[in-house]
Write a protein of this length. Structure first.
Lengths: 290, 334
């Protein structure tokens, strides 16, 4: 095989990886602040993917245009979920939280199954087969747009946490729960906001992913797992880590699909996870828990 | 030793146990074929829940990858039987140590590096998923095409090669469940059990008190994995077909842990009660939806999810601790 094939596949992997990174960022933000592992993460993303597909099928609305409205819908969903159900569970044992989110995931998957049926769906935008040629490199337009949007959303989120009062307040909750209560922060409200933001991230990622991948109702758990692998590889709670982990896993899967068989590509992602857990349990960019 | 097992149990509990035991023994005499398959499922999950509970309920290590041990037990005995004609009871001698080693591998990786909590749970998922994809590409066990055990009409039950009617599997699973219950009770009453509880409650304190936490956590994983693999053997010989996509899948691991969580993590009767509630609920929903003429894939699971949600919101400690207090079965402390 000529070298340019490897290069093309690698670039495709990195671009897909950036979208994965945004999805994982949602999980990371939720865990970093609320300390609840969102086992319904991939399922929430499939909800966003189906909203995008329905809007496209009915009104020909381009997924990239619908990015912000759909992310907003997911934000409201996440906020309500945290406020209504999960807030009561934050002090309960991990396995209880796990079961709660598994129940939510089960409901989401099967409601999608009832509404949309088991068949795979996708979006055929007018630029689906466009590509850019840069020297020997051929880059798919959809992957490039999706990756750019993912980077933009990540930058916005980063700026929000770093430079706004609300973002600082949320970081305070993450650093010291009791301290945040003492200085009079409404922690439950901030937790709900954070879960909403995490849901919005994964919603945005889902909207972009419909451009590059098919969706079925049953695909949710696989994405939940993928998000875990990425987040732990990059470092739970680290925002750049999630993006880096996404790129690393996206690249690994793309290369494994090329060099071995595509059906075994996830094995390499899991192997990376095991290696990371072994030699750097806090993740590549994570900080050691005190 | 035997007397210690019953220590502190109120008479009411002993009578209840005896009645339940008699009912379980007599059940196949009156149960229809359909009901028998439901009971088989119930005791399958009761046994598995009990095995999982050793890790989570006693030693406090959350495993979300128990399908790995079920799958290893199933694949090792089934392939030995299909390709070499080795009887499952002999195959067990290979399957149980292999599953135990897999558990030891995960435990060693995790506990050496102080990987705990969520990280440990995800490591267990990752290894199980790795095994699923690995077996999918393993030509020796026919990969994703599946491994099939020879089936024909059996005139009698052959206990040695596990070929026969569902009734045989019912009694085997009943015996396994009772065995697991007794083993767990004995473990809890032993020194090991007290060390596990200490680790579960506060690992730092346990270590400070001089408990070799690494050793006892390893013990919990290995015992749990070895016990779980036996359920895999029965699974393989009862269903007669194995697909990596089904046996090792994450949803199998989740199924395993639902019963003990709903019943009550860390309790001895929780896994059994949970299995009755969940399997009973699932079957009732199937029947009710069929009677109502609703033929909608996914409808049953939505109801199931809602029920799960209600249980966990209303009784976060599980149903058994609540029921136990209602029935007046509180144990007296020695």
């Amino acid at each position: 095989m000529p070298f340019s094939i490897y290069l093309n596949v690698a670039v495709g992997g990195v671009l897909t990886g950036l979208v994965y990174g945004l999805m994982a960022l949602g999980l990371s933000v939720i865990f970093g602040v609320v300390r609840v592992v969102n086992f319904a993460h991939g399922e929430m993303m499939t909800v966003a993917m189906y909203i995008a597909i329905t809007l496209f099928a009915a009104f020909q609305l381009d997924p990239l245009v619908m990015l912000v409205p759909i992310a907003a819908v997911l934000f409201v969903f996440g906020y309500a979920l945290q406020k209504g159900l999960i807030n009561a569970f934050i002090t309960r044992p991990e396995h209880t939280q796990f079961l709660l989110l598994v129940a939510i995931a089960t409901i989401l998957v099967n409601v999608l199954l009832i509404v949309f049926g088991p068949d795979a769906r996708s979006v055929q935008v007018s630029y689906a087969f466009d590509s850019f040629e840069i020297g020997p490199l051929i880059v798919d337009a959809t992957k490039l747009y999706a990756a750019l949007a993912a980077v933009a959303v990540t930058a916005l989120l980063f700026a929000f946490f770093q430079y706004t009062a609300l973002g600082t307040a949320i970081r305070a909750c993450a650093d010291n729960y009791t301290g945040a209560l003492v200085v009079g922060l409404d922690v439950k409200h901030l937790y709900a906001l954070t879960f909403g933001l995490g849901a919005a991230c994964v919603g945005a990622a889902g909207v972009m992913l419909v451009l590059i991948a098919d969706v079925t109702p049953a695909i949710g758990p696989a994405y939940t797992l993928l998000a875990f692998v990425i987040v732990i590889t990059g470092g739970l709670g680290s925002m750049p880590g999630a993006l880096l982990g996404g790129v690393l896993i996206g690249l690994t899967e793309a290369m494994a699909g090329l060099l071995f068989t595509p059906s075994a590509k996830s094995m390499f992602a899991f192997a990376i996870l095991v290696l990371v857990l072994l030699f750097r349990p806090q993740g590549i960019l994570g900080k050691r828990p005190a | 030793m035997i007397a210690r097992l019953f220590e502190g149990l109120p008479p009411r509990a002993l009578i209840l146990l005896a009645v339940l035991f008699a009912a379980a023994l007599a059940a196949p005499l009156i149960a229809s074929d359909y009901l028998l398959t439901v009971l088989i499922l119930i005791f399958y999950f009761a046994y598995l829940g009990q095995a999982w509970n050793i890790m989570m309920g006693f030693a406090g290590q959350l495993s979300l990858g128990h399908a790995l041990y079920v799958g290893l037990g199933a694949y090792v005995t089934a392939s030995l039987f299909v390709f070499f004609g080795v009887a499952p009871w002999i195959g067990l001698l290979a399957a149980v140590p292999i599953a135990g080693l897999a558990g030891a591998f995960i435990g060693f990786l995790a506990f050496r590096f102080r990987v705990g909590g969520v990280y440990f749970a995800i490591l267990t998922i990752a290894v199980a998923e790795f095994a699923r994809l690995g077996f999918d590409h393993l030509s020796w066990t026919n990969g994703s095409a599946g491994l099939f055990l020879p089936v024909k009409q059996y005139a009698s039950n052959d206990l040695w090669t596990l070929r026969g009617h569902p009734v045989m599997f019912y009694y085997l699973l009943l015996a396994a469940s009772i065995f697991a219950l007794v083993v767990c009770r004995a473990l809890l009453k032993s020194r090991i059990g007290y060390f596990w509880l200490a680790i579960r409650e506060d690992e730092q304190a346990a270590r400070a008190a001089g408990i070799d936490t690494f050793h006892y956590k390893m013990l919990a994983v290995v015992i749990s994995a070895a016990m779980t693999s036996f359920a895999g053997v029965l699974y393989a010989f009862y269903y007669n077909n194995l697909f990596p996509e089904q046996v090792f899948h994450i949803s199998r691991s989740i199924e395993i842990i639902l019963a003990p969580i709903v019943g009550g993590v860390g309790t001895l009767f929780g896994p059994i009660l949970g299995a009755f509630i969940l399997t009973g609920l699932a079957e009732t929903l199937t029947t009710a939806l069929a009677a109502a003429g609703i033929d909608m894939p996914g409808a049953k699971q939505v109801f199931y999810g809602v029920c799960l949600l209600l249980v966990i919101v209303a009784l976060p400690d599980g149903v058994w601790p609540w029921l136990k207090a209602r029935l007046g079965l509180k144990e007296t402390q020695p």
